[in-house]
Design a protein. Structure first.
Length: 137
């Protein structure tokens, strides 16, 4: 998994954060080597430092290998993109994780919402890829 906006373990540009001047959008992402048998892809974005969930996208088609900035790649957003915002003086680490899931697994629904648990996504995944970036205010 890669991004043209930032390098692995590198600084995330302001345009994708709460400090964006014209409203933040999600960064562009790309990936390869989707395992055979993948029925759909999930994207889970988490602040490893601040323990904040930033974005969940389910049901990305397995033949999709990239997302433009501000795009959900045709997937279903369980949680809309929440821009990175670590707080003044802090540096947080943000992790984008893709899970290649078989058609036989889908997160459970509770009422009208999906119960997306990264532990379960991991347990059922045919493949996992991730990208980490940091942001400082």
């Amino acid at each position: 998994m890669t991004s043209t906006a930032f390098q692995a373990n590198g600084a995330i540009p302001k345009a994708y954060t709460c400090d964006a001047t014209n409203g933040a959008v999600s960064p562009p992402l790309a990936w390869s080597h989707v395992p055979p048998g993948t029925g759909w892809i999930a994207l889970y974005v988490y602040d490893n430092t601040g323990s904040v969930l930033h974005w969940i996208v389910l049901n990305i088609k397995p033949d999709v290998t990239s997302m433009a900035a501000g795009s959900n790649a045709g997937g279903f957003e369980v949680q809309n993109y929440l821009p990175m915002c670590p707080g003044t003086g802090n540096t947080d680490q943000y992790q984008w994780t893709l899970y290649a899931e078989p058609n036989s697994y889908h997160p459970p629904k509770f009422g009208g919402s999906y119960g997306v648990d990264p532990t379960q996504l991991t347990a059922h995944a045919l493949g996992i890829g991730s990208l980490i970036g940091t942001y400082s205010q």
